[in-house]
Design a protein around this ligand. Structure first.
Ligand code: UDP
Length: 505
């Protein structure tokens, strides 16, 4: 298959660091990886984003806009060989890869190693570093063949990374039969209690043998990486950044919050909305106008990210809880068309009852635009790391409602480490379960959690103060002289081609 790319029209750049990004297509991985590439490019690096055609469709507008403003970012497209990997054509066109195709999708991605390598050899400047989503272990071979270092990319907190790493390296799950048995995370000064069901480890605990092997492969690739780039910032979790670097014996570059790339450049509604890489289901201007009409800090925003959804029963309880809370809300309802008629009818009636006070976005919401609006005062989140960090950057307290993967650890980060969250009390994964349990958070719990985060009282005020203080630190980290800014400059300097003049920083 032939690769298509932007490289032909880029002149020079051979004295600059050249990062090749190999992101994962899921929005929670793709959005921060693209932001990081753009940030590195603002500091003079050349960045190539290697993408499949379906991913490239999402990334193209951001890259084109960056190129127009003079950044050396290129997008190179590599078609997936659906047939060779046993995948249905177009399986990667939707919001996320359906779980039953995940395995073959990873196989198909791994088959891109040779085409990516040939492309990079054919298009100067030669890369100086591969930045791979940690989920693509095959990039170890790509980097080795090219003779360049490989950094793995995480949009996770280092607190979560360290917890997971410690649970694995200290064999915390040995002999633990019950997946819901509480266990203390080993090797940390503070006491954090988790269950295996909440933190099984990347790709662990899936009752299909190939995944266990894949999990080992991912772990090996991580152990062999030349460093990690993490979308977090030093001042929020210095102890865990240092702890993870020491445990892995590798350099950790914290570069977040990477969403500040957009916020520092624009206040345009359309541009902020475009950061989500998908067209939003509501006109961004209309959304902004709706928020403009609400008092400062009065609106609660609700979203479960790009993969998880509330099932029909849960949607009804959530809607009733929001209504009962009395607070204005914007609710991003993912997959609303997939609900049965009863739930769809419920949403229509709710909308009519709360007209002017509640805004339902059926589909993709312009999240960064919403969170950065002054009218928003809290966020009911599934604790995807991007959403959590976006809340931090916006200075917002959160209601935490984890669904799966690292989200339980991110909840601990928000509630126990940072003190900016109130949990709805979900203790078991809700998404991607082989045998899904019916866990429904009742309307009363939703109402109480929202009231607690949005309301008055010393505790709520204290939470808000902490959130605002964190946001100030996040902004400082991203500005010249700040830790994340400095780490980006360090990356650009350190991965310059040999013999290049050291730039002034
Ligand atoms: N997002 C968005 N609009 C939506 C849902 C999500 O812009 O309707 C963005 C959100 O701002 C975040 C990313 O998609 O940057 C989701 O990542 P996260 O880690 O929060 O959760 P995931 O989707 O991976 O579960």
């Amino acid at each position: 298959a032939l690769a298509r790319g932007d490289a032909e029209d880029d002149a020079g750049g051979s004295k600059a660091a050249h990062f090749v990004f190999v992101p994962l297509r899921e929005q929670g991985h793709l959005i921060p990886a693209v932001d990081t590439a753009l940030l590195l490019a603002t500091h003079g690096a050349v960045c190539t984003i290697a993408a499949t055609p379906a991913t490239a469709v999402l990334v193209r507008p951001a890259v084109d806009s960056a190129r127009r403003s003079g950044l050396q970012v290129r997008l190179a497209e590599f078609p997936l060989d659906y047939a060779a990997a046993g995948l249905p054509e177009g399986v990667d066109d939707g919001d996320s890869i359906p779980p039953m195709h995940m395995w073959n999708y990873f196989r198909a991605m791994a088959l891109l190693r040779a085409p990516i390598e040939s492309y990079l050899r054919a298009h100067a400047p030669f890369p100086t570093c591969v930045v791979s989503d940690f989920i693509h272990p095959w990039t170890t071979e790509l980097a080795a063949n090219l003779g360049v270092p490989r950094l793995s990319f995480f949009s996770m907190c280092t607190f979560g990374l360290l917890c997971q790493h410690n649970l694995e390296r200290f064999h915390a799950w040995d002999g633990v039969e019950d997946p819901n048995e509480p266990v203390v995370v080993p090797g940390l000064e503070r006491r954090f209690v988790v269950t295996r069901a909440q933190v099984p480890g990347f790709f662990r605990g899936i009752p299909i043998p190939c995944w266990e092997e894949f999990a080992d492969y991912v772990e090996r690739a991580q152990a062999e990486a030349d460093g990690v780039i993490v979308n977090t910032f030093e001042e929020m979790e210095a102890e865990y950044v240092a702890g993870y670097a020491a445990a892995r014996r590798m350099k950790v570059w914290t570069v977040g919050p990477v969403s500040t790339y957009h916020q520092s450049r624009t206040t345009l509604a359309s541009t902020l909305a475009a950061r989500g890489l998908r067209e939003s289901a509501i006109d961004p201007e209309e959304c902004r106008r709706w928020l403009d009409g609400k008092p400062r800090g009065s609106v609660v925003y609700v979203s479960f990210g790009s993969i998880s959804r509330a099932d029909a029963k849960q949607a009804v309880e959530l809607g009733l809880g929001l209504e009962a809370s009395g607070h204005p809300f914007v609710w991003a309802v993912r997959d609303a068309d997939g609900y049965d008629e009863a739930a769809r009818g419920f949403l229509r009636e709710l909308e009519a009852r709360v007209a002017g006070r509640g805004l339902l976005v059926r589909g993709w919401a312009p999240q960064l635009l919403i969170l950065s609006h002054d009218a928003v005062g809290g966020f009911v989140t599934h604790c995807g790391w991007n959403s959590t960090l976006e809340a931090v950057a916006a200075g917002l307290p959160v209601v935490t409602w984890p669904h799966f993967t690292d989200q339980f650890l991110n909840e601990k980060m928000a509630v126990e480490v940072l003190g900016i969250g109130v949990s709805v009390g979900v203790t078991e994964p809700l998404t991607y379960q082989a045998v899904p349990k019916e866990i429904v958070v009742g309307r009363g719990v939703v109402e109480a959690a929202v009231r607690s985060v949005m309301g008055g009282g010393e505790e709520a005020e204290e939470r808000r103060r902490r959130a605002r203080a964190l946001a100030a630190k996040a902004r400082a980290a991203a500005q010249p002289g700040g830790s994340s800014h400095g780490n980006l400059l360090d990356l650009v300097k350190r991965f310059q081609p040999p013999g290049a003049a050291v730039p002034e920083v």
